[in-house]
Design a binder for this molecule. Structure first.
Ligand SMILES: NC(=O)C1=CN([C@@H]2O[C@H](COP(=O)(O)OP(=O)(O)OC[C@H]3O[C@@H](n4cnc5c(N)ncnc54)[C@H](O)[C@@H]3O)[C@@H](O)[C@H]2O)C=CC1
Ligand SMILES: C[N+](C)(C)CC(=O)CC(=O)[O-]
Length: 333
C-alpha cells in the first residue's frame, strides 16, 4: 500500500499530555509489564490486557519484583500497585484510556491487526503508541481506520528504569500525535528523543544491532566467548557510555585536538573494519553457543536474581551520574 505524508490524519487528543490519569497497557510481558510498573510508580491508573491465561499473575509478579527499585527511585504521590486493573477484554482495557501503550509480540501481522483493533476501540483522539523494537509505523498502521494517532514509542528494558523512549510516526501519523506522545512521555518521567523521520532500528537499536552483530560474529568464529564479550563492555567502553555517548567519548580520544584530531589520526585505519563487517548466520550452532554462554555467565543466578542485580546496578549508575539524587537529604534540597 502506498501512502504519502499528506495522507496524515489529524489526531485531536482527548486531553493535554500533562493531564493524563489513565493509561492502558496492551500486552503484559517483559515490556508491557515494565511499562505498567513505570506508569503505576508515576501515579497513573493502569488498565492492562493480555490474552495469555497466566498473564495477570505474571504481570503482578513483575510489578512486585520491580517495586523495590521504584521505591528507591521515588514514587509519585498516591502511586500504588493497587491502581492496576487487569481487564478481561481489549475493548474494556482501552474504553477509558487517555493513552495506550501496545507491547505485543514482534510480529508484523499481529501488530497490524492489533493496532487496527485498538484504533477501533479506543476513545476518539487517544494516542496509541507501539513499543515495537524495529517495525516502522508506516508498515504497522496499514489496517487502522484512523492511523493519524498511531506512533512508535520505543522503550528500553526495563522501561521503569531506563529513561530513554524513542518517538517516531509513520507516513500516515499526524505530526500532532508525535508531539503529543513526546510531551506525554516527558510528563511521565521519560527521557525522549523525537525523531522527524523513520530510520531502520530507530537510533539506539541501530547502534545496538551493529554491536550485537559483531558479538555474534565473534562467537560464531570462536574469536571470543560470551563472557569475554560481556566483560569487554562492562569493564571497558560501557563504563564511559553511562557518562558520555560514543561521539563525545571518542572526541576525548583526540586529546586536545578533540574529534578532528581523532578522525585525522584514526579515521583511515578504521575505514577497513567499517567496510568489511557483515552479518553472521544465526544457525543452530551459534544459537546454542550463545544460550550456553549466557547460562555459564549467569553462574547459577536465576533470571529473577539477574533482574534484581541489574536494577540495583542501574540505580547506582543513575545516582553516580547525577540523574538521581545520591541521598534522601540531596532529594529534599
Ligand atoms: N524485550 C525487550 O528487551 C524489548 C522489547 N520491545 C518490544 O516490546 C514488544 C513486546 O516485547 P516483550 O515484552 O519482550 O515480549 P513478551 O513475549 O515478553 O511479551 C509479549 C506479551 O504479549 C502477549 N500477547 C500475545 N499475543 C497478543 C495479542 N494479540 N495482543 C496483546 N498481547 C498479546 C503475550 O501473552 C505476552 O505476555 C515487542 O514489540 C518488542 O519488540 C521493545 C524494547 C525492548
Ligand atoms: C533486543 N531488543 C531489540 C528487543 C532490544 C530493544 O529493543 C531495546 C533494549 O531494551 O535494548
Amino acid at each position: 500500500m502506498s501512502v504519502t505524508p499528506s495522507a496524515a490524519v489529524p489526531a485531536p487528543a482527548p486531553c493535554a499530555p500533562e493531564d493524563v490519569r489513565r493509561v492502558a497497557c496492551i500486552g503484559a510481558g517483559v515490556i508491557g509489564g515494565g511499562w505498567a510498573a513505570h506508569f503505576l510508580a508515576r501515579g497513573y491508573d493502569v488498565t492492562a490486557w493480555d490474552p495469555a491465561p497466566d498473564a495477570a499473575a505474571r504481570l503482578r509478579r513483575l510489578i512486585a519484583a520491580a517495586w523495590p527499585a521504584l521505591e528507591q527511585l521515588g514514587l509519585a504521590e498516591g502511586a500504588s500497585p493497587d491502581r492496576l486493573t487487569v481487564a478481561a477484554t481489549l475493548e474494556e482495557a482501552v474504553a477509558e484510556a487517555q493513552f495506550v501503550q501496545e507491547s505485543a509480540p514482534e510480529k508484523l501481522d499481529l501488530k497490524r491487526d492489533l493496532l487496527a483493533r485498538l484504533d477501533a476501540a479506543a476513545p476518539a483522539g487517544t494516542v496509541i503508541a507501539s513499543s515495537t523494537s524495529g517495525y516502522p509505523m508506516t508498515d504497522m498502521q496499514t489496517e487502522a481506520a484512523t492511523p493519524g494517532r498511531l506512533v512508535v514509542g520505543h522503550p528500553f528494558n526495563p522501561p521503569y528504569l531506563i529513561p530513554l523512549v524513542e518517538v517516531v510516526g509513520g507516513e500516515r501519523t499526524a505530526p500532532a500525535a508525535v508531539e503529543w506522545a513526546s510531551r506525554f512521555y516527558e510528563a511521565a518521567g521519560k527521557s525522549v528523543i523525537t525523531m522527524d523521520r523513520e530510520v531502520p532500528g530507530f537510533i539506539a537499536n541501530r547502534l545496538q544491532e551493529a554491536l550485537w552483530r559483531e558479538a555474534l560474529h565473534m562467537v560464531a568464529n570462536g574469536e571470543a566467548s560470551v563472557a569475554e564479550i560481556d566483560a569487554s563492555i562492562t569493564e571497558g567502553p560501557g563504563l564511559r557510555w553511562a557518562v558520555m555517548g560514543p561521539m563525545l567519548t571518542f572526541a576525548l580520544a583526540g586529546g586536545e585536538g578533540g574529534m578532528a584530531h581523532m578522525l585525522d589520526h584514526f579515521g583511515p585505519s578504521l575505514k577497513s573494519p567499517w567496510t568489511r563487517l557483515e552479518a553472521p548466520e544465526l544457525d543452530r550452532t551459534l544459537y546454542d553457543a550463545v544460550v550456553a554462554g549466557c547460562e555459564e555467565a549467569a553462574d547459577g543466578r536465576s533470571i529473577a536474581d539477574l533482574v534484581a542485580e541489574r536494577d540495583r546496578g542501574v540505580i547506582d549508575v543513575l545516582r553516580a551520574t547525577g540523574r538521581l539524587p545520591r541521598s534522601a537529604e540531596e532529594a529534599t534540597r
